[in-house]
Design a protein around this ligand. Sequence first.
Ligand code: GLU
Length: 511
Amino acid sequence: MRFAPSPTGPLHMGGVRTALYNYLFARAHGGTFIIRVEDTDSQRFVPGAEQYILDALDWCGIHIDEGIGAGDGTSVESQGPHAPYRQSERKAIYLKYALDLIASGNAYYAFDTAEALEELREKAEAAGGKFAYNFEVREGLETSLRLPAEEVKARIARGDQYVVRFKMPENEDVVMHDLIRGEVTINSSTLDDKVLWKSSDELPTYHLANIVDDHLMEISHVIRGEEWLPSLPLHYLLYKAFGWTETQPLFAHLPLLLKPTGQGKLSKRDGDKLGFPVFPLRWISPEGEISAGYKEDGYFPEAFVNMLALLGWNPGTEQEIFSMQELVEQFSLDRVSKSGARFQPEKARWFNQQYMHTKSNAELTNEFIPILLEKGIAWERDKIERVVGLVKERATFVNDLWELSSYFFVAPIVYDEKAVAKFWKGGGGENPKRIAALRDMLAGEVDFSAAHLEELIHSEIERREWPMGQVMNSLRLALVGASMGPGLAEICELIGKPETIFRIDNALGRL
Ligand code: GLU
């Protein structure tokens, strides 16, 4: 299997899904997963895009067996049995194949200038049609089909620019098999004579390079996006022209990812417009434009991968949460749908929440500590872990942990007005005095464990026959500034005695 991105920009989530399905299929069948970089279009080359693609796959846990990025998963240098893996470095390979096709009568030289072609296009449009370089017109154009062999030689020798075009057969039904869509038939007369190789940069086009490389790299299955389906007849015919049909790969074209509305395909621009990432990682374009990424938005890679796997594939059961290993075991092309898969941002959040709940407190603490350190908070690790355990049920992202637990780490500076009126100032104005008494009692305590404090505070309130709710809520208000949070004794133990006393004194002074 291969994933063959063109480094023309960041990898869109649809591209990650293509890589993922290739990877899963390769793993399930004991295959090899190759990364080949298709960088023959120098006009569309974007610096940084290749590294971005490798980083994105690495973040997703998609490991590369061979090709660009194999090894530790991040290196752009690579060796292997089919090296090199960057088409620009394979430049010397392709001309021979283009010439073979000319020799066998399946391709020809074309010398038409860009201006001449433009003129033909304009003429056709003026007549209300569209120009196609095909069997109807090729015999009359500047090609080796018409020009004498000597003339063709002379033109090439004197350095005239030319392209090699595929000689699309006339009126041939091309019957193709797609592993997702089944049989597809196209009549070759609807297709034009695609350029395969250009003398101007001595490079092949996508079609030639792709077929030659899939052949040389012994690719058995091609899984790629639906947008390549229209190229499939040409690819079939190229395999036939080369005499490689026996070993040609099997093809599977994946359904499009659709916008959340279900209308139209999810585009790179949609993320910024609709407020969710469409890229795995944040991307900063060479012009400095920033696009959001799932990673930086706080998604777990496992959640992202899980969500992507189910965009277009279903396991045929109710199961929604899959580890990579489970995906490898269960993924199959016959459960990939033919129709577009609607992307739902709220489903992405839901997956993240599911993973949030299954992550251990220790793992989440690892991710939470840097956030705390950035705020200048350095607590003992096991206390942070307990805080995490108390609030994670309500979090979707690691970042939510701060909002849900900040009251543990910082003393309140404002107090919820409603709660102040109801509890602190309620109950005939007795509560501050009661809190002051509890403060003195707590100040004398040595054992500040939650279990002990729980018992102590309760029995004290009962002994004095104070109204339990009023006093407990007043104390809570003093400690966290509002009527929220887990058990009071738990809070006291976690923030410790000096901080507990400090917070109560603060409230007594300020309320
Ligand atoms: N380079 C092509 C792309 O960017 C590869 C298409 C294919 O897999 O054949 O998608």
